[in-house]
Design a protein around this ligand. Structure first.
Ligand code: LLP
Length: 431
């Protein structure tokens, strides 16, 4: 293991040879017994540590870390971060309600992103007094002005520009190219700001960019920021002084970290990211917003699942777990890799297995041909790095109940969402 890895905080560890996998001070066996499986388990310590890394990296300038709610929108996780000064990046009226419920005092630290906002969502956000709307089209800006006029409040907005920067990531989560549906062509932005500056219901407040998710290199963030700054300077020369630059989210994590001896520590990653952004912003006096999601919560969470049985079909061995694609869809949707660790490892040689769920789809798998130490029916395994876009993307497919969630705070733990029951599934239906 590289020396910088030893310094990084790692919540899911075996506390000694032959011991069960723990989340901080709490055994996953204990949690599974108490709350059942499948079960999402999160480390509060790690979430706060990651949030703190961003806050420290930008301490030299006025800034606000707006956690991207979509990554994990559980109320307790929002409250935890709000209490440490985080703001929030939201993309729907539902996410706004979540923030208002978990941390009403933080509503002035909310930015509202997304390519399609309804009039009702805009009204609610205007009345709540959010910080800024990140606007993605001229039509949306017109709608925002109309709603602001109706409610007699001035709407602070940023244009989300499309910088036409390529960032290497999965095609489904890349957003910064002209061919994508996101943002406004950066070449058209000046004109739109000029027109908006004449509208008394609109306040040109900032400029924003988001080039994609799970981006591992700092360079594209710097390149996008440079283009954004150039535009902000041009606007300043014309008398349109923006107060805020929003660099979006997207910093990636190392899903293979444990196997990679050359992995860079999370703290070093954040510093490299901050340096790229600061370099682009040099000499430009503004408040900086960032919208990280995955980097804060992904590695803080694991999905704990019980092996239902181990089945052989021809040459293949299938480990069938009680968690399925409805609980964690990332492998099925993006061919994403999640490390799988037996909670109490058995002795014996690792062998290649497919780890799959009970859903009736061939796409319902967590890993294919994965080398895994022997497991038997009844054993627990943990899918690591599942804190981001895990529970948030879960569904009731196959009429399965969504899992419970537990937050570990040092040696304490608490249930932050109970497991669903049949009454929850049927609550909205009319026979
Ligand atoms: N800001 C905006 C405007 C976004 O669209 C996103 C993510 C973020 C911030 C946060 O990005 P992050 O820091 O988490 O990379 N479900 C996919 C990821 C979709 C990301 C969508 N937008 C996955 O599981 O990999």
């Amino acid at each position: 293991m590289s020396p910088d890895l030893q310094n990084s905080f790692r919540p899911f560890q075996h506390s000694g040879a032959g011991s069960a996998l723990h989340c901080d001070g709490v055994s996953l066996e204990t949690l599974a017994k108490q709350y059942g499986t499948p079960l999402y388990v999160y480390s509060a310590t790690q979430i706060l540590e990651r949030l703190g890394m961003f806050q420290q990296a930008f301490a030299g300038r006025d800034h606000l870390v707006c956690y991207a709610v979509k990554a994990n929108s559980s109320l307790a996780i929002l409250k935890l971060q709000a209490d440490r000064g985080a703001g929030f990046d939201i993309v729907s009226g539902g996410e706004l309600e979540r923030v208002m419920k978990a941390a009403p005092q933080a509503v002035g630290r909310v930015v509202f992103s997304g390519v399609g906002k309804t009039a009702a969502e805009i009204d609610r956000a205007l009345e709540a007094g959010i910080l800024e709307f990140n606007v993605e089209s001229e039509a949306e800006l017109e709608l925002l002005a109309m709603r602001a006029r109706k409610l007699k409040v001035k709407a602070r907005f940023a244009l989300r520009v499309n910088p036409d920067v390529f960032a290497e990531t999965h095609p489904y989560i890349s957003t910064g190219l002209r061919e994508h549906k996101f943002g406004i062509d950066i070449r058209k932005a000046v004109e739109i700001y000029r027109a908006a500056a004449r509208n008394k219901w609109l306040e040109p407040y900032g400029i924003s960019v988001h080039i994609g998710s799970q981006i591992r290199s700092a360079d594209p963030f710097g390149a996008a920021m440079e283009r954004v700054c150039k535009l902000a300077m041009q606007l300043k020369r014309e008398g349109i002084r923006l107060k805020v630059v929003d660099a979006g989210g997207g910093l990636g994590i190392d899903y293979h970290e444990r196997a990679d001896a050359k992995a860079v520590s999370p703290a070093a990653k954040v510093q490299e990211y901050a340096a790229a952004i600061e370099k682009a912003l040099e000499g430009f006096d503004c408040k900086l917003l960032i919208e990280p999601g995955r980097f804060i919560v992904a590695q803080a969470g694991a999905l704990v699942t019980r092996v239902l049985n181990v089945k052989k079909n021809g040459k293949k061995t299938f480990v069938i777990t009680d968690a399925a694609m409805n609980d964690l869809i990332r492998p099925a949707l993006y061919q994403a890799y999640h490390e799988i660790v037996p909670v109490r490892p058995r002795s014996g040689r690792a062998r290649a297995v497919d780890v799959v769920g009970p859903v009736c789809e061939t796409g319902d798998f967590f890993a294919r041909d994965r080398m895994l130490k022997p497991v038997e029916a009844g054993d627990l395994v943990a899918l690591l790095d599942a804190g981001a876009y895990g529970m948030a993307q879960s569904s009731n497919y196959n009429s399965r109940f969504r899992p419970a969630e537990v937050l570990v705070e040092g040696k304490q733990q608490r249930l932050i969402r109970r497991r669903e029951e049949i009454k929850d599934l049927l609550a909205t239906e009319i026979a």
